[in-house]
Ligand binder design. Structure first.
Ligand code: HEC
Ligand code: HEC
Length: 352
């Protein structure tokens, strides 16, 4: 009864003021904002490396293939662990000599949608170009490219798999090359797509998919807390680089490549927030252990320095507002029950 009344008044106000701010169910009308978060209909594959089922299958085999590391002791999945949302649990990636790399392993979820520039500081041009670094780096897989090609070419299983993946003009198909290894790996990685989450069901119109706290958190995210300035769209990233005021211990991020830019000093890639609650620790160096530490950083506004983004400033959130933001972030976790977290490989390009 009371609700009906509120709804009725709201509807009347809407008509009177010509405004759509309040819908008749007593909730704000978020349809315009929500439309910006709709999941895409298909996975983008580049023209120079189109989808092919046999290539995706080959890429999957290579991703989990120890023979691609010199001592046959590492694979891509050593750090990008499928069951851990394609990252790992250490703050920075483990080197083979017992030490640690400069960066935390980023998740591979939704890498198909990254536009051209990969890596925390943007050192990689294109998904195909990334693999060469982990494959050859001493301290990582440490594999000389020639030796890698030689090993695979000596394995009849791979000779057949490459011929299927890259059918050439000869009856035996194309040869095994480093470029093809990279193309197959990239094709497989484009199938790594976060599954549907409660948030997606809400975007698609199920009003009960999110609780009241998460809805308040979503409003904060888009409004006063300004998170959507950078974490925009269904994948929650603008694909760009910002200094959000994380203590960087001397690391200057994207500034390495643009020494004269103030804005890019200490700037790192905006990460996706899909499944984020499930994959601590956070930031390029894994320096924040929990989502509440992340929210506290934003609440303080991080380190105030000339490079810090103008979209970052102290927020003065209440305890309730911090909890609401976290409740919202938790609705980005997919159900995780749909299998191995990559799209099934079939004749047609899979749909996300
Ligand atoms: C020792 C752990 C480790 C291994 C093994 C590893 N990676 Fe990574 N990966 C990382 C780290 C750390 C980064 C971030 C590097 C940077 O930003 O400079 C990264 C970055 C990436 C990225 C960029 C993601 C993004 O969002 O920008 C891709 C793609 C990737 N790795 C794929 C691979 C593939 C394919 C393999 C196997 C050939 C592999 N990785 C092996 C740790 C690892
Ligand atoms: C100015 C752009 C910008 C704004 C505004 C912003 N972020 Fe971020 N966010 C980033 C960048 C860049 C990083 C990575 C920084 C790093 O690694 O040092 C990040 C990292 C994160 C992470 C860690 C993700 C991971 O995988 O490590 C979370 C969670 C997060 N942001 C949530 C939020 C929330 C919640 C808000 C609003 C209160 C917000 N962000 C506002 C750009 C932004």
């Amino acid at each position: 009864m009371a609700w009906k009344f509120v709804g009725g008044v709201a509807a009347l106000l809407t008509i009177l003021m010509g405004s759509l701010a309040i819908a008749t169910n007593g909730e704000p009308d978020r349809s315009a904002v929500l439309a910006e978060y709709r999941r895409p209909a298909e996975i983008p594959f580049p023209d120079d490396n189109p989808y092919r089922a046999a290539k995706a299958e080959l890429g999957r085999a290579l991703f989990f293939e120890p023979a691609l590391s010199r001592d046959s002791d590492r694979t891509c999945a050593t750090c990008h662990v499928p069951g851990q949302d394609w990252t790992d649990t250490t703050p920075r990636a483990p080197r083979s000599d017992g030490g640690f790399m400069d960066f935390r392993t980023p998740t591979l979820l939704n890498v198909a949608w990254t536009e051209t520039i990969y890596g925390w500081d943007g050192k990689f041009r294109g998904l195909e170009a990334v693999a060469r670094t982990p494959l050859t780096a001493p301290g990582n897989m440490n594999m000389p490219p020639k030796e890698m090609v030689r090993r695979l070419s000596a394995d009849p299983k791979y000779v057949v798999a490459f011929a299927d993946a890259f059918p050439g003009p000869t009856p035996t198909g194309g040869p095994i090359t480093q470029e093809r290894i990279e193309q197959a790996l990239a094709t497989f990685q484009r199938l790594i797509v976060s599954g549907r989450a409660p948030f997606d069901r809400w975007v698609e119109g199920d009003a009960r998919a999110l609780g009241p706290a998460a809805k308040r958190g979503f409003d904060l995210f888009n409004d006063r807390a300004n998170c959507a300035a950078c974490h925009s769209g269904w994948n929650f990233t603008d694909g760009s680089f910002h200094d959000i005021g994380v203590a960087t211990d001397g690391a200057i991020g994207r500034g390495r490549f643009f020494p004269n830019s103030t804005a890019l000093r200490h700037a790192f890639k905006t990460p996706t927030l899909r499944n984020v609650a499930r994959r601590p620790p956070y930031m390029h160096d894994g320096s924040l252990a929990s989502l509440s530490e992340v929210i506290d950083l934003y609440d303080r506004g991080g380190i105030d320095r000339p490079s810090r983004s103008r979209d970052i400033r102290p927020l003065h959130l209440t305890v309730q507002e911090k909890a609401d933001l976290i409740a919202f972030l938790e609705t980005l976790n997919d159900d995780g029950a749909e299998g191995p977290a990559y799209q099934p490989i079939g004749a047609e390009p899979p749909r996300p």
